[in-house]
Write a protein that binds this ligand. Sequence first.
Ligand code: ADP
Ligand code: MG
Length: 244
Amino acid sequence: MSEFLIETKNLYKYFGKNEVLKGLDIQIKKGEVVVMIGPSGSGKSTFLRCMNLLEAPTKGEVYFEGTNIADKSVDVFSHREKMGMVFQQFNLFPNMTVLNNLILAPVQNKKMIKAEAEKKAKEMLSRVGLEDKVNAYPQSLSGGQQQRVAIARALTMQPDVMLFDEPTSALDPEMVGEVLSIMQELALEGMTMVVVTHEMGFARNVADRVIFMADGVIVEQGTPNQVFDHPQEQRTQDFLSKVL
Ligand code: ADP
Ligand code: MG
C-alpha cells in the first residue's frame, strides 16, 4: 500500500485542442491539507474533477487508496463515494429538505439504511451548527448556511478525503468566515483535504502544503511560509503580488 491516499501520475487532460492539465504528479498523504492556488483558467477545477473522475483524464493515472481509478475496468462509483466534494455553487436539491438532501446519496447507494443515515445526517448537521435546520428547504437558508449543509452532506457519506472547489467564492463576504471555520475544524480533526481557494489567509493558517498552479502545471509548492514568504518562481511572485 502506497504511503499516499491520492497520487496522480503524469496526469493529462485535454478538451479538444485545449491542453488543460499537462502531466501533473501530485501526492497527497492521509491527513494532509493541501491548498491549491493559481490564476483563473489554470486547471484547478479540472484537476479536482479528474481526481474523482468526474472528468476522465486524457492520459495518466489517478491512484486512490492504492487503486488506479482512471483504469476503465475499475468501478469508479465505489471509490468516488469516499471522496466528498463541495462546489462553489452549493448544488443542493431545492425541492428537498435539508435532511433529505443529506440522506439521499447514502440511502440510494445502499451504504446505509434510512434510520442510520438520518442519525448520521443529524450528527453532521450539528457539527456544522445547523441541527435546527433539519426540515428547512435550501432556499430558506443563507448562502453560508447552504454551503455548510453541502459540507454536512458530503460528510454524511463518511468520506476519506474532502475536495473543495472555491467553496466561499459565491458567498457574501460576511458569510465566508463561518464556512472557513468549519473547514478549519475539519482540518484540525485530521480530515484529508484538497482545497482550491482564493482565501490566502485560510491557506496560510490551515494548509500543510500550498501548490501554485498555472497553465496546467505545478509552478511551485511548499509550506505556506515557503510559498507566500519566499516564492522562488517569478510566476508565483507575480500572482501573489496581485492577490495578497
Ligand atoms: P480553474 O479552475 O483554474 O479556473 P478550469 O479547470 O476551470 O480552471 O479550466 C481550465 C481550462 O479548461 C479553461 O480553459 C476552461 O475553459 C477549460 N475547461 C474546463 N472545463 C471544460 C469543459 N467541460 N469543456 C471544455 N473546456 C473546459
Ligand atoms: Mg475553478
